[in-house]
Design a protein around this ligand. Sequence first.
Ligand SMILES: *Cc1c(COP(=O)(O)O)cnc(C)c1O
Length: 421
Amino acid sequence: MVIVAAWADGRPLAFLGCKAEIMTKNRDLSNPALWGDATRLVRGGTERSHHGETSEAMYLNSGFVYPDAETAERRFSGEDDGYVYARYGNPTVSMFEERLRLLEGSESCYGTASGMASVWGALACQVKAGDHIVSARALFGSCFQVLTNILPRFGVKTTLVDGSNLDAWREAITPGTKCVFIETPSNPMLEAIDIAAVAEIAHKAGARVVVDNIFATPVLQKPLTMGADVIVYSGTKHMDGQGRVLGGAIMSTEQFKEEELKPFLRHTGPSLSPFNAWVLLKGLETMKLRVNAQSASALRVAQMLEENAGVKRVLYPFLDSHPQTALCRKQMSAGGTMITFELKGGKADAFRMLKKLEIIDISNNLGDAKSLITHPATTTHRNIGPEARAMMGITDGMCRLSVGLEDVEDLMDDLKAALAR
Ligand SMILES: *Cc1c(COP(=O)(O)O)cnc(C)c1O
């Protein structure tokens, strides 16, 4: 058997500047960094208690006790790295962080209360008044609010650019730029950004690259291998994948975590709850299977929609008609679980179709086992206003579909029937 493994010490080899090697035998299987992705997702980070439980234990505690005052002193001084308080860390949260860290191949992972807590934490921890952030303008609604409203209130300057235009990045990134923010593929327009090219421009100017990899998931896209410095996730989406809990995570170097992230997050408090971490740990076990199956269905649904007379246009990274499909195919191993399509008849048509769906639910969540559809202009991207929507290309006839795990024939028939006039 030939196993292609591109990992060493938990970091992608490309990240270390080495070429991926084909390993056939003599792998040290006691080292999780040499496992494949699926094995990492099922077993990575598991720390059994003395009871020997099969599934990871849920430690629902906020505090910790110490055998003596000397131990407490050593914990607080950092000499002893044991737990002190759940805002700082918890064993179930640690297991989730380690499992995801192994999958990503990053030096560190920090769990957070939600995806937005991770976006906010990753950006706010490194900037101060007067600093500058450049971001692609195709953004999730709340990310747009953080960059255009909230950070500027604290004196941080932000510039939004057309993420697909490298000259626009070159122009906007100056030696005063602290970091750049990229969402690829973007929500809901599924625009792709060339991570490696933007990282090169950013690094030349001394700026860090923060990538929101939520739509692609760590299964389909590995931004660290393309030069990203920090990756943010919403655990709420594909990691849980079953609509139960909020959560998030920030992947980075150990140095970034220790020096910038940890002091900021520990004292501001967006901690991941141990219960949510446990649900996410269980979700990770099946994430690769789910994401690959949902992506395969999404491609078929996207192809079907493209043929439908009521549909004006379909955006899906692995459709030949996607303007950046070559880049998408370079950066991602499959097209992902999300499709955006525009109906010929605008909002009225979109609402009529949503009403007729029998299986697919109207919901703004995504990455779920259940297929979910939303009308971004009136929901997720309502708050940003008509001007920003126009800038992002979000029209009133657009629907965003998160393809789930149902039989793909059922999903296609549901959509076809709802689209019939
Ligand atoms: C959902 C989402 C977020 C925020 O995640 P939450 O867990 O809802 O806070 C950020 N970015 C993108 C692209 C998302 O889809």
